[in-house]
Design a protein around this ligand. Structure first.
Ligand SMILES: Nc1ncnc2c1ncn2[C@@H]1O[C@H](COP(=O)(O)OP(=O)(O)OP(=O)(O)O)[C@@H](O)[C@H]1O
Ligand SMILES: [Mg+2]
Length: 230
């Protein structure tokens, strides 16, 4: 499992995340909620090694990975889908997937089949340039691509942000399927109802600090909304 302990992260002279402790349980969904600018993306970038921790520790299945580079963390089972439906727009959907599948060696083709089973709509779109896909389709492509690395912990940064409702449901269903299959998911999500419904454990981040945490469940929604002043 993924653990962050006493983690401080910042940009230049600005400190953004001030001593955060989170634990992503083995299997199931762990949700992080918080307002815009709370530091959610900054925390995730530190988890995957795209930003250094200034102090504190990131560990993965007991190993301190704080000093490891992003590709080394990927090799140890961490996958990250950034905020904003990113893909290589000039490449086709198939090429976007193939780039990662090729690196996965003999497991690549079976992982590709599994990822396309999870998002069947993508099968029809494989020949289309990623830049011409809808936001929701690009998000599905980005999640599928992350799965090709064979992760044990999948980190998703606001996967349903700005996406049409019909596709939001497909993405939420896919997250449920993945976690039911044993994958650990760290989900940053503004949609509190979905996040708590899916999560075994949740954290609320405010101004770079955890201000509330606990066991998930739809019954927590009213309390969490009140605490977040939503
Ligand atoms: N590259 C950067 N350089 C300097 N400051 C940054 C940078 N990226 C983010 N910040 C600042 O860090 C703070 C936290 O930003 P972050 O993107 O982590 O928030 P967030 O919780 O992910 O917000 P959102 O919900 O809008 O995605 C903000 O004050 C932001 O302005
Ligand atoms: Mg963010």
């Amino acid at each position: 499992m993924l653990q962050m302990t006493g983690v401080h992260v910042g940009y230049g002279r600005t400190s953004v995340v001030h001593g955060v402790d989170i634990e992503v349980a083995d299997g199931g969904v762990t949700a992080i909620m918080g307002h815009n600018g709370a530091g959610k993306t900054t925390l995730l970038r530190a988890a995957v090694g795209l930003l250094p921790v200034r102090s504190g520790r990131v560990s993965l299945y007991g190993e301190d990975v704080s000093k490891l580079r992003p590709h080394q963390r990927v090799r140890r089972g961490l996958a990250y889908v950034p905020q904003g439906q990113q893909s290589f727009g000039q490449l086709t959907a198939r090429e976007n997937l193939q780039l990662v599948a090729d690196g996965a060696g003999s497991a690549g083709s079976s992982r590709m089949a599994d990822a396309l089973d999870l998002f069947p709509a993508l099968r029809e779109l494989l020949g289309r340039r990623a830049g011409l896909l809808s936001g929701g389709q690009r998000q599905q492509l980005a999640i599928a691509r992350a799965l090709l690395t064979g992760p044990r912990v999948l980190i998703l940064d606001e996967p349903t942000e700005g996406i049409q409702p019909s596709v939001v449901q497909e993405i939420e269903d896919a997250i449920g399927t993945l976690s039911a299959g044993g994958l650990s998911v760290l989900l940053v999500e503004q949609h509190v109802g979905f996040a708590l419904g899916a999560a075994g454990q949740y954290y609320v981040l405010e101004s770079g600090r955890v201000t509330r945490s606990g066991a998930g469940g739809a019954d927590q929604e009213a309390d969490v909304r009140a605490a977040m002043a939503l």
